[in-house]
Design a protein around this ligand. Sequence first.
Ligand SMILES: *Cc1c(COP(=O)(O)O)cnc(C)c1O
Length: 387
Amino acid sequence: MSKHSTEQPHGSTIAAKAGHFLDVNTGAIVPEIQPSTTFARDDRYQLINAANTYARDACPTYVHAERVIADLEHGEECRLFASGMAAIAAVFYTLKPGNHVVLPDSMYWGAKGWIHEYCKRFDIFVSEYPTDNAGAIEDALQAHTQTQIVWVESPSNPMMHVTDISLAAEHAHQYGALLCVDSTTATPVLCKPLDLGADLVIHSATKFLNGHSDVLAGAVVMREEHELWTAIVRERQGAGAVIGTFEAWLLLRGLRTLYVRVDAANRSAMQIAEYLDQHPLVESVLYPGLSGHPGHDIATRQMQGGYGALLSFCVQGGKSAALAVAGALQLITSATSLGGVETLIEHRHTLEPEANGIPDNLLRLAVGIERCEDLIADLDAALKSIA
Ligand SMILES: *Cc1c(COP(=O)(O)O)cnc(C)c1O
């Protein structure tokens, strides 16, 4: 456990109070937006506040959001980026030709595609392991001498595979590599990868952390100082993929309701998964909360309070039936993305390259915080329409 976890109040309290914010000068209980890109020096040419020089390095508004996210993850420090992909890219920008990274074979396709392309261009070796088998990471590590990063995404988007984070950390560290966990789908509410041995946690803060589908943002959180972290910080400052101040402020506001949003969505997702699981027109439901899911036991061990608000299901009757169900929904919107207060459904096969192997009858449901009975009624009517 990191030192933060024992000293600090519960995450829900940290989130709700935006890190116990109170402006002693004004009495404000809401942090202000600080839009200044530059910060002045005094008559002796000393910075008026040594923490603030120029907004590409740091700015009080995003430093505040970074502190809250670091505390929620039991991390030492956090850096915010312009998007989840910018955060992921910052990790890979630190690698050198000849280095080696180990990726899950099934993961967020945007990241997978970009990482493969980038690594190919810079002669960085990439190995893959089956997302639901962290034990196989060791085989990939044995085959190379210079592995820098082992990547985990759990539960994985959209196949909902679960990876044993502790086991992945053990293997990575045994071979001198760092473990980086994309915890976007789990959120710090349900899983704390740094407590399980991970070195870095990544978030597409666009998703649950902000939670309102109105901010693009990414976060990298670290457990403790190491060379790679210094390089990531330098990369953000130098290459400049910083978050905007207004976005950071919106993110900070979104974070205040993180726990209630995730708790509600999480409870509904479980009920919806159970509903779909018994439906005769549903071939299979991919949700680690179901006891029949192959990753259920690992998820139960490494997630607290639920299995997340994302689930996928395969509709009987193939692609056309799946598209017909999505099209027949009245309340649930067909759109990409996840982690917002509104429930979204997506036919991933339409978006992802054929080679990714996403079944063409799979629909991914990103459950929001609407009344669960309304969501189930909407799904029920849509499924009836294809019967
Ligand atoms: C959306 C997503 C990303 C990318 O984040 P952006 O904010 O869209 O750049 C990375 N990982 C996962 C798991 C995601 O769902």
